[in-house]
Structure formats: C-alpha cells, structure tokens
Write a protein that binds this ligand. Structure first.
Ligand code: SF4
Length: 330
C-alpha cells in the first residue's frame, strides 16, 4: 500500500532561488531524464540535530546549541514503521546520534529489523568518555559504522572541526580497531567519509582511499573497509559560509558543470526515505536539511501504511547538483 493520505499540504522551500545556475530540473529535462522513486530499500533515521561539533561544512547546521532530538513517541513510531516495512538497510544519523539519550535502546530494537544497520559517527562523540556502552552495543549487534574522518592532517581537521578533534578521532579509530572493526574476517565493517575543507570538489576516491589506508595502517595501526570521498553539500552552515565568502555561485557552477547524466539513476533519493527528528519524511537527508518534504508532501511516519510509492516524483533544488557531479554521491 502507498503512503497515507491525510495532512498532504504541499510545502516546498526553494533553497536555490538566488543562485545563477540553471534549475536542476532543467538539467534533467535537457537529458530527457525524470527523477522518480524506485522500490525503497533504505530507511534513514535522523535522530537529532544536537552535535558536540559545529563543522563549517555541515549541511544541517548541527551543533552543541541545537535542541532538536527525536523523542520516545517518535522513536516508537519509527520502529513500528521499520517493523511493518522491513527495509534492507536502516541508517542512523544526526547531528551526533550518540547524543540522543535513547540511542542504545533504538539500536537494540532496530537490529533485528534490517539486514544492515548503519550508524554514522563523527568519532569524537563516540569517544567522549561517556559512550563506552554504546561502542559495545554497536559491536555486539555488528552495526556498520560510517565515520567522518575528513583528512590525515591534524591541523586541517582541527580547523574544520575544532581543536583536538583529530587526536580524539584517531584514538576512537584505534579503539574500534581493537574491537575488530575494519579487520578482515571480523564481520565488523568500518567505512570512512572524507570531504574537502573548502569550495572545491574532492579528488578521485580511489587515490584518496589508497593514501588513507597506507597512512592509517602505518602510523596508527588502523584498518577500514571503504573510504567515501564526498563533495560538501551547499546547504545549512556550509551554504552560509559560501555566501559570506562570496563562493556560492562559483561552487554551484562547478557542481553544475560536472553534471553527469549517468549518475542520476544511482542517486540515493530513488531508494531511500529519510525521517527527521520530529518524524516527517523526506526523499533524502539533503532535502531534509532544505525543508523539502518527500515528493513535496508533509507526511508523518505515523501516517504511513506502506512504503513510499514507486514512481512518485522527487522534489529537487540546486543542491541536487552535488549528487550528480562526476561519479555521483550515493
Ligand atoms: S539532493 Fe537528494 S533529492 Fe537531490 S538528487 Fe541528491 S539525493 Fe536526490
């Protein structure tokens, strides 16, 4: 059955109206492409915008002063939905999901409901001295950890994320390694995410992965499974920084110039649904940050009686160029 029918007021936030680039929908039309939902295989849960860091590149403007955190009634509605639909993958994100007080309980409840349970961490929240039990729960349930680790350079990381973050992140990686994360045959998967510090696109992923693998192993004895090298998304705090530094148009033009029509079929919004801290549904975490509801309709997870409808249109804006620049962002 498709989505529930109540509370369907169309709401659209145009985040790209003052940029110089052509609307993303026009880039699609030029290649005779339409962005439509396929079968939804991933449920992404954004448990809150509270974070211990306030990174310049954050598309959600998460930080220590944010008070938005998923409450028990919304968590119950999300778990109920996940048990009805049985998504292949459930992806827990934030903010820093470690800072939601119900996080260990949520992991234990979701673990039997998906073949892959993923947890996104900035590493420093996991290694703040208060989350050893969470680390054990992640290990026990073989949760895939997707960790932000922007650079191998301490001063670059600390300038992007805050003083001392590099050192505490390395320490967290060593603790995860000691538990078996990233080690062959352990069944404990650790993937790293790196991103550029400024208004430029990342270098080729395979070269970066090789370099990270060698340096992390040789210097710190850390292994990992995959490295994902993503461009920063021009939303939230990163968009504000682009505007202030007069880089917004140049950055969007760079993304738009890299438009790769072949990347459109693989963008994550086609197979993912994202739930916000207050339980509303979005086609992806970037549309969540921009306030663009799933297919343009405001629907709460508790209203859903089935998966998102296959073939439903996906609302787009200029930040979508991030997903289709070069080999894409999935
Ligand atoms: S930003 Fe979201 S809606 Fe746009 S192409 Fe990327 S995944 Fe799809």
């Amino acid at each position: 059955m498709a989505q529930a029918s109540s509370s369907k007021q169309t709401e659209r936030l145009d985040t790209g109206s003052f940029s110089r680039v052509a609307p993303f929908s026009l880039a699609l039309a030029r290649h005779d492409l339409k962005l439509r939902r396929k079968k939804t295989t991933t449920l992404q849960i954004n448990v809150g915008l509270l974070c211990n860091q306030a990174c310049r590149h954050c598309h959600l403007s998460a930080g220590p002063n944010r008070v938005e955190n998923m409450q028990p009634d919304t968590l119950d509605a999300v778990v109920d939905y996940a048990s009805k639909i049985r998504f292949g993958t459930i992806d827990i994100t934030g903010g820093a999901p470690e800072l939601n007080p119900h996080i260990t309980d949520l992991i234990e409840r979701l673990s039997p409901l998906a073949s892959t349970l993923m947890f996104r961490s900035n590493l420093s929240a996991l290694n703040d001295g208060k989350h050893d039990q969470l680390m054990s729960v992640l290990t026990d349930h073989k949760v895939v950890i997707v960790a932000s680790f922007p650079a191998l350079n301490a001063s670059q990381t600390n300038s992007q994320r805050g003083t001392g973050i590099f050192e505490v992140s390395i320490d967290a990686l060593q603790k995860l390694s000691a538990r078996g994360y990233g080690r062959e045959g352990s069944g404990l998967e650790l993937n790293l995410v790196s991103n550029p510090t400024g208004a430029f696109l990342p270098p080729p992923q395979d070269q970066t992965e090789k370099r990270f693998r060698k340096v992390l192993r040789d210097k710190w004895g850390v292994s990992f499974n995959n490295l994902l090298n993503f461009a920063n998304v021009p939303l939230g705090r990163f968009r504000q920084w682009l505007i202030k530094s007069n880089n917004l148009d140049m950055y969007l033009e760079k993304l738009a110039a890299g438009f790769n029509p072949c990347a459109v079929s693989g963008v994550m919004c086609r197979t993912l649904v994202s739930v916000s801290w207050d339980g509303y549904l979005f086609d992806c975490d970037f549309n969540l940050a921009a306030g663009i509801y799933m297919s343009g309709h405001k629907i709460h997870v508790s209203e859903m009686t089935g998966p998102p409808r296959e073939g439903a249109p996906i609302a787009t804006a200029d930040h979508c160029y991030t997903c289709t620049a070069g080999s894409g962002f999935t």
